[in-house]
Design a protein around this ligand. Structure first.
Ligand code: GTP
Ligand code: MG
Length: 614
């Protein structure tokens, strides 16, 4: 909690502790470059001094009497100073830019890795577009600041200090005229920045909303087209985009006023020096050369100060982005790994559930779920798994059936520890799931999900996903068992065919078989098939069925299916209703139960089949 309230700059500083040395070196180059950059007005002053005062010039006071030699010295000084300025410019640009790239890279990987390890419940609450905005836009924003902003702030400070020092050295009587506006400008800039901050935060927030809208729409493009909802969607995107424009406008209204205002304040100092300095020259209390230095220096002050607005702008955006990145990094997961090591090779596959209760509750930052809605009325989250106890012996084939929404998939998500149960215990080979290392647990289970997800890439890569180093022969063997080999060979490039994003170039049944092959290749001690053959035709299903009977030997297999014909050979069938275990036993036993749920379902399905046949 305390960390969250910390200043984002402090957080960023702590975060970049590996780079403090490089930051120091880069800062030094920035400062040196600026010092060299500020020297030319002094050279101009000296040149004026040489041509006006000649044998009485400053350089003459230092022992160089010849005017030509004086000019020569100035020429050499100029060459040295300009070369130095160029050198340090190169060095600071090199260092800051590389630093920006390195920090950006680190923070992006860190934030991504942290995010991908967060609870499933977290992803239910946050849109992927919103997360993308943080992982991409915010990280880039930070890079932009480190790239140019940090250097500009340092150089501005150097400018103010060096010019202030020169003024005090040359003409202390009138130096205050330029120095006086300084605190006013800085104070004003900081106030201005405070005002701008919430406006940028609101803008960034809207970027996330807009992003999620866009990515959602692109994902659902087929639905949009089929419902000819293009105009509707355009209007919805229009609303969000307009809101973004409005919020940006609010920020612009303020930030655009900054430079003109600063110029007006500096103008006062400039005119004062112009007049007061001029008077002093006429009254012979100030050298002409010194007077030119003052005039040019005041000019030099103007430029970086007008950029102060932009720099603070950049700073402000970067800090808003840093806050959002840090907030993501500070998000803690609640489903945490245990310590017990259980290699997949040693898993026998006995699964026991004891009095399991489960409720989907929204992801809560602090681990405490909202008990009240925004309007103050109490929220009760429905119980999804209700006092469920069951046992699947090692090596058994078990089936789970039940009406849609009964909690079958949820049960499998609990087995994979995507969520933690609220009460009771789930054990694998006698180990409480919470005690096991989460990677071990998940490696022991092959899960063919109800909603198949394929990655953009080739068929081969998709089958080998998770078993990345598998040799081609094994990949083909797995594909054959999943009845996928034949259609894969018929694809334009066989196993090298690109499946498209989410596998959209394949049919539903083809995607299912690839995902089945993926689980078979993994060769896990526990295989979970959630409606794994629901999209294939009866013939293919029967063929897969035969393969599965071979695969199921020596491992625990859990099959979830609506088509009861696919589960009739299971060792044990569990009938789930509203998260409660209603019946269990073998097919024949359940069918024989007069008035039983399973018997009823069986009747409907076989009756319907008979009906079809007619
Ligand atoms: P079918 O797959 O349709 O046969 O249903 P199922 O038995 O697999 O149901 P599932 O376990 O997916 O869902 C049970 C209940 O949990 C449903 O009423 C859903 O509303 C709810 N539910 C399922 N998944 C999620 C989830 O990821 N988050 C939340 N909050 N609720 C979920
Ligand atoms: Mg399901």
């Amino acid at each position: 909690m305390t960390q969250k309230q910390q200043n984002p700059l402090v957080r960023l500083w702590q975060y970049t502790s590996n780079y403090h040395r490089t930051i120091g070196v880069a800062s030094l180059y920035s400062i040196l470059n600026k010092i060299f950059d500020l020297a030319p007005p002094l050279l101009i002053g000296m040149a004026v001094d040489v041509v006006v005062e000649q044998e009485n010039s400053l350089l003459a006071d230092w022992g160089v009497t010849s005017v030509m030699t004086q000019l020569l010295i100035l020429a050499v000084l100029t060459a040295v100073i300009w070369a130095g300025e160029s050198l340090f410019q190169y060095l600071y640009a090199l260092h800051w830019r590389n630093l920006a790239q390195n920090i950006e890279h680190d923070i992006r990987l860190d934030a991504y890795d942290h995010t991908q390890r967060l609870d499933m419940a977290f992803f239910e609450e946050r849109s992927s577009g919103g997360l993308m905005a943080v992982l991409n836009d915010d990280v880039n924003q930070l890079e932009r600041f480190l790239d140019v902003g940090a250097n500009e702030i340092l150089q501005l400070l150097t400018t103010i200090i060096v010019i202030g020092a020169i003024f005090i050295a040359i003409a202390p009587e009138i130096a205050w005229m330029t120095i006086l506006p300084m605190p006013i400008i800085i104070w004003g800039s900081l106030r201005f920045q405070k005002k701008l901050e919430p406006r940028y935060a609101r803008m960034r927030e809207q970027v996330g909303i807009l992003n999620s809208q866009l990515s959602n729409n692109l994902g659902g493009i087929a639905t949009i087209k089929s419902f000819t909802a293009e105009a509707h969607e355009l209007a919805r995107v229009g609303v969000e985009s307009n809101e973004y424009r409005t919020r940006n406008r609010e920020a612009i209204a303020l930030s655009a006023a900054f430079v003109p205002l600063i110029r007006m304040v500096i103008m006062v100092g400039f005119i004062a020096i112009l007049v007061a300095g001029g008077r002093m020259v006429i009254m012979n209390t100030l050298e002409v050369g010194a007077y030119s230095v003052l005039i040019f220096m005041t000019q030099r002050l103007l430029w970086p100060l007008t950029r102060l607005g932009e720099t603070l702008d950049l700073y402000q955006r970067a800090m808003a982005s840093t806050s959002r990145i840090m907030e993501l990094l500070d998000t803690e997961s609640h489903v945490n790994s245990g310590d017990e090591h259980l290699p997949a090779a040693e898993v026998k596959g006995e699964i026991v559930l004891e009095d399991v209760m489960f409720t989907y509750a929204p992801f809560a930052e602090n681990g405490h779920y909202d008990k009240l809605s925004a309007s103050g009325s109490p929220i009760s989250y429905p119980t999804i798994i209700n006092d469920l106890s069951l046992r699947i012996a090692a090596g058994q084939t078990a089936a789970i059936v039940g009406s849609t929404g009964a909690g079958k998939t949820t049960l499998m998500k609990l087995l994979l520890r995507f969520y933690d149960i609220t009460e009771g215990h789930i054990r694998l080979d006698g180990h409480n799931l919470r005690d096991l290392q989460i990677d071990d647990l998940r490696q022991a289970i092959g899960f063919v999900s109800q909603d198949v997800f394929l990655f953009h890439g080739t068929v081969q890569e998709n089958i080998a996903y998770g078993t990345f180093a598998a040799p081609m022969a094994q990949i083909i063997a797995a594909a054959k068992l999943a009845e996928a080999h034949e259609f894969i060979m018929a694809l334009p490039h066989g196993y090298d065919t690109i499946v498209g994003e989410r596998g959209q170039k394949l049919s539903g049944g083809q995607r299912q078989r690839i995902s089945l092959a993926r689980a078979i290749l993994k060769d896990p001690p526990v295989l979970v098939l959630d409606e794994a053959t629901s999209s294939v035709d009866n013939e293919t299903e029967a063929a897969i069925q035969r393969s599965l009977e071979r695969i199921a030997v020596g491992r625990t297999t859990i099959i979830i299916a609506h088509r009861l014909s696919t589960v009739r050979n299971a060792d044990v069938i569990f009938v789930l209703e509203n998260g409660k275990l209603k019946e269990n036993g073998r097919h024949e036993e359940l069918v024989a139960q007069e008035g039983g749920i399973y018997a009823g379902l069986w009747q409907v399905q076989t009756g319907a089949a008979a009906h079809h046949a007619l």
